[in-house]
Write a protein that binds this ligand. Structure first.
Ligand SMILES: Cc1ncc(COP(=O)(O)O)c(C=O)c1O
Length: 380
């Protein structure tokens, strides 16, 4: 049997990882500023995370959600404390798309309405409802097409107001990434998020904060939407939540009440996933990783801004993007081949940095020197 060929891949086989570094099967070392697509939050193979998973594996890895799983309660308590949303309720699942799928569905159950507002360049996942609010026709199969989704321009308050004025009583939810990831690191403006909050309040719609990529401390705050100083009704999360162990979830404001069987999952919230997620939060607190993301992220953005050839440096914390003009269009490829540094990209010409939140300043310095060196080579 062959693999179903859905990804263009680099000809590299990673066999070992530690902190912000990975090694290939030839023993070559790479600096990982891509974090396996924003997944590695506390660092590859963090010893506390490994120990927690190993210990749990020797006790019990899985049992269904038909019994009590105290680790889920511990995770809810810890997540409430670290995120500051202590009065929210946690529903656990397995991925980002599934988290958004549940968020959108719950909003519709809650309001009894069908329409969803989403924004240009949004990416919310590949399952049916999640992909229908994703602004990329290539990912949407005919079966996913629906008239229930209204796409509006990102950060356009007037368009949002006009939309609510016209059909506010049909809108179930508004879904937005605090910082668009796949769309190219576009930061939602504080005033735009505040406007979403006030219109959702006025018209009885649900504000869904997709925090799958920009959440879990990546922006320097636990949720990047928190920069606006207003709460969303539902936050979806995944990626950094398990540091590579598959787990996702939504946290739900107290006014949205649960009903048996509206949501459900076989694997979501299993013992092993909860142990991994608890380990992540414990390390985040212990090692003050949000503060590190602020500090190292600021350094990276400031240094990138000083490089003339690079344009439009943007982002928050350790979620950083910049434009690469035509004359240095091979920068990402050359960083990987010549400097052994992984970075992310967004089409057509954006480099994305999504490293571990524990990235060390000296590794950030090394990256800046490598970027300068490669740009000089390309110019010469
Ligand atoms: C903002 C956002 N939402 C949802 C998803 C989907 O997550 P998953 O691939 O875990 O289904 C992604 C993945 O890149 C994402 O960036």
């Amino acid at each position: 049997m062959q693999l179903f060929d859905v990804y263009p891949i680099n000809n590299i086989t990673i066999t070992k990882a530690k902190g912000s570094y990975v090694w290939d099967d030839q023993g070559e070392q790479y600096l990982d500023l891509y974090g396996g697509h924003a997944v590695i939050s506390i660092g590859h193979t963090h010893p506390h995370w490994v120990k927690r998973i190993e210990e749990q594996l020797n006790k019990i890895a899985f049992y269904s959600n038909s019994i009590k799983i105290p680790l889920q309660v511990q995770l809810a308590e810890k997540l409430g404390k670290v995120s500051g949303k202590e009065d929210y309720q946690l529903f656990l699942c397995n991925s980002g798309a599934e988290a958004n799928e549940n968020a959108l569905k719950l909003a519709s159950f809650h309001t009894g309405r069908k329409k969803v507002v989403a924004f240009s360049k949004a990416f919310h996942g590949r399952t049916s409802l999640a992909v229908s609010v994703t602004d990329n026709k290539n990912y949407v199969a005919p079966v996913n097409e629906t008239d229930n989704v209204i796409f509006l321009p990102f950060n356009d308050e007037k368009a949002l107001e006009a939309c609510f004025k016209k059909q506010g009583d049909e809108i179930s939810s508004v879904i937005i990434e605090g910082i668009q990831g796949v769309g190219g690191i576009n930061v939602a403006e504080v005033s735009f998020l505040k406007k979403i909050r006030s219109l959702c309040d006025q018209y009885g719609a649900v504000y869904i904060a997709d925090s799958v990529q920009c959440g879990y401390g990546r922006s320097g705050k636990f949720f990047s939407h928190d920069f606006a100083g207003v709460n969303a009704d539902i936050y979806s999360m995944a990626k950094g939540m398990g540091n590579g162990f598959p787990i996702g979830g939504i946290i739900i404001a107290p006014h949205i009440k649960p009903k048996h069987f509206q949501l459900g999952t076989t694997f979501g919230g299993n013992h092993l996933a909860c142990a991994a997620a608890l380990a992540v939060l414990e390390v985040m607190e212990e090692e003050k990783l949000l503060g590190n993301a602020v500090m190292v992220g600021k350094y990276l953005r400031e240094e990138l801004e000083k490089i003339d050839e690079i344009e439009n440096v943007r982002g928050r914390g350790l979620m950083i993007g910049f434009d690469v003009p035509e004359e240095i269009k091979d920068l990402k490829k050359n960083l990987l081949i010549n400097q052994k540094i992984f970075t992310g990209e967004a089409k057509p010409n954006v480099i994305r940095l999504l490293p571990s939140l524990a990235l060390k300043k000296r590794d950030a310095e090394h990256f800046i020197e490598a970027v300068k060196e490669e740009i000089e080579k390309m110019k010469g």
